[in-house]
Design a protein around this ligand. Structure first.
Ligand code: GLY
Length: 354
């Protein structure tokens, strides 16, 4: 396909790579992967049953045309399959296919596929290349970029993992525009997050419905790139990306995961605004109301069905907790969020009053 409408965003981690964004770029998958895996003879696609049925053939054809011998493994879709058992099955299949260190894995799917495939790529033969092809908005704007990989354990989500950067990300916006409404909205929660934490103009564009899909994806990926460049290994500023997530994970968990990650994050961001308002941290009056209106525009819920007291009880094991303090991400205004360490006692007191 012609390259003039493609956007390339550099991700400056210790192993730099690019995110390629554009309508129809899936057809360029083979060429893109050849650019970053010149010596590879084999490409191993990891996907789920739903996504493989939709896009597997295009990706396979493109890889074959670029000279790869192609292998495929698809597991059943859903978060419940983001497990060590799935990772082990993929690892065994890689061995059977005699995939070597110079070959490349291809994660074709949403966040679950990307996380599991990335994790396998991090540990197979102590690390092989992989390329992300995100097929959900959430994966495109968040999980496919930045190198966080992993699986869930019975004790909680993402409890086993590794930092392992992809060698490229290929993001076809045509796929994203065909997503079912609920899946699209789920990704919009992360998009709105980028506006809230650091880009007031972008937040305003979302508020007024003025951002088209390419702008939404490009702006979000650039925002993530900026943060990951400064803090690849999540020791400081990257925590800003957790805005709404500490509360959101608790909401998701309490709902028995009937609420999606994006819905939990949407409600969690509103909780964070209310918290910031309550302690006088927020300098913008009615910030929760303003955020709620933007969420509604993108069909996302704002009101949590659970109280602050219930959230606190569900949150005591959160990874963001460090000893007796918890790092909250709180907004000063729309477009300016900060990392605020809060003693657990204070946190409990304020949250249970919300
Ligand atoms: N999804 C949050 C991060 O990449 O840090």
């Amino acid at each position: 396909m012609p390259t003039e409408n493609m956007i390339r965003i550099p991700i400056e981690t210790h192993t730099p790579y690019e995110v390629l964004i554009g309508k129809g770029v899936l057809a360029n998958t083979g060429t893109e992967i050849r650019r970053v895996a010149a010596e590879a003879k084999k490409a191993f696609i990891v996907s789920d049953d739903t996504v493989l049925a939709l896009y597997g053939k295009s990706v396979r054809d493109s890889l074959v045309a670029a000279g790869f011998r192609v292998y495929t493994l698809a597991f059943a879709h859903g978060e419940e399959h983001k497990t060590l058992a799935t990772a082990e099955k993929i690892l065994s299949t890689l061995c059977a296919a005699e995939i070597t260190r110079t070959d490349v894995l291809v994660a074709l799917g949403g966040g679950v596929v990307g996380d599991v495939c990335g994790f396998v790529a991090a540990i197979y033969l102590r690390g092989v290349k992989f390329v992300q092809i995100p097929t959900t908005l959430l994966a495109a704007v968040d999980s496919s970029v930045g190198g966080k990989t992993g699986v869930d354990l019975p004790a909680g989500k993402n409890l086993a993992g590794a930092f392992h950067q992809p060698s490229a990300v290929v993001c076809d916006t045509e796929i994203l525009s065909a997503l079912p409404d609920r899946l699209f909205s789920e990704g919009m929660a992360e998009v709105i997050k980028y506006g809230m934490i650091g880009n007031a103009a972008f937040f305003g564009a979302l508020e007024n419905g003025q951002a088209d899909l390419e702008t939404i994806v490009e702006t979000s990926v650039r925002a993530k790139a900026e943060i990951v460049k400064k803090d690849e290994f999540d020791k400081g500023e990257r925590m800003l990306l957790n805005f709404g997530h500490t509360f959101g994970h608790a909401i998701e968990k309490l709902s028995g995961f009937s609420l999606s990650h994006g819905e939990g994050v949407a409600m969690g961001m509103v909780f964070a605004c209310r918290y910031a308002d309550k302690i006088g941290f927020s300098q913008e009056a009615d910030i929760a109301k303003r955020l709620s209106a933007v969420l509604a525009r993108y069909r996302l819920p704002a009101a949590s069905p659970f109280t602050g007291r219930e959230l606190f009880a569900a949150m005591v094991n959160d990874k963001k907790r460090r000893g007796d303090t918890i790092s909250l991400i709180l907004p000063r205004s729309a477009g300016d969020a900060r990392i605020v360490p809060v003693p657990m006692e204070t946190f409990k007191e304020v949250l249970t009053g919300l």
